[in-house]
Design a protein around this ligand. Sequence first.
Ligand code: ATP
Ligand code: MG
Length: 428
Amino acid sequence: MSDKIQSVRGMHDILPADSARWQYLESVVREAMDSYGYAEIRTPLIEKTGLFSRGIGEATDIVEKEMYTFPDRKGESLTLRPENTAGCVRAALQHGLMAPAGVSRIWYAGPMFRYERPQQGRTRQFHQVGAEVYGVNGPSIEAELIALSARLWKRLGIDANVVLEINTLGTSEERAAYRDQLVAYFNDHLQTLDDDSQRRLHSNPLRILDSKNPAMQELNDHAPKLSESLGQESREHFARLQEILAGCGIVPNVNPRLVRGLDYYSHSVWEWSTDLLGAQSAVCGGGRYDGLVVELGGKPCPAVGWALGMERLLAVLDQLPQQLVPDSHPHLYFVVADDVAAAVAQKEAEWLRDALPGLKLVQNAMPGSIKAQFKRADKSGARFALVLGEDEYRSRAFTVKSLRDDSGQQTVQRDELVAYLKKTLLLD
Ligand code: ATP
Ligand code: MG
């Protein structure tokens, strides 16, 4: 006997019993995206490695240590996508979705892959939903994207459980000047820097501010602030964003230390987090990344977007008392007298599905007494058993028996069955 093969560490199956939650989340997402005029894009799960090393930045956690990278059979280096902003920009450039002077609003949902230490809220294959907009310079589009996510939280009933932090990173020139100041400051306190921060001092010093190490907090608290190096235009952009958000009823916390992991952000960045998930508290993050399009070989084009973690969002939903996920149990479980009745029932089941498109009907598939079949019917979660017994078979009738309450059973003639089910199951 050989061992059973298990799934890869950190990569999980979404089992049938769980998929109703996923489908519910996906349907809420789709509805929200539709309501803002965003169109779905589906890009490959595998891209050329260079897309991410150029598009995310060499000095980020993702590119430094989290990518699944491998040579294909011809030796070309490929990578399982760790995020999808770079992939979307690649596709938009490749297919001309960034029309000059036009606006493109797109969204995606799907698996991402990062070689991280698996733990609560952190897996190696996980799922993101993202929204991206190309072609808009002003802060109104950041506000729209944030409002879109806020609407999602409201629809999911978790708006009271998430908070929004925002910050501005200014332009790349302003950031370069600030970076020099920051390096000088940290150089004066080299002995206090932890290993990660020492490493980042020259590769990506802004990320030191993002450190979650408590020993770094004091030093970070006294570091020079980017907000003090920003020019007039950047300040106005940020102030205007907050005004528009306030007009939409959204009041974020300004967190001057929020820099986000990726290199390519400019101006607004933001993060939604929750206090319901312990350490892995970020549920959604986004920002403006005007520089990325040029970095990936395109003509300059403003770009903004966010991504949310679907597993973390579902984990938040699980913590809440309300049951939002719609019932996915069958309406009917078809119980039959014998083999002859079973063959007729299968035909009748097709007839019912033709007549009632929303109907969820499960056919008994294993032999067994009526009693055994009723047990299965009960276990299936169906609301009613539809019975084609010997008597019913002879009189061209069916019995419909409630499985969830004591409302009893009803014998229904075949030519009245469709109308009866329509009324009883509230199908239209
Ligand atoms: P974190 O700080 O938790 O590492 P991140 O900054 O790496 O998050 P992003 O790259 O902004 O995350 O991805 C957006 C969202 O995707 C996160 O807010 C989170 O909800 C989710 N996410 C990121 N990495 C993972 C993972 N390994 N497993 C599950 N969800 C993840
Ligand atoms: Mg991360």
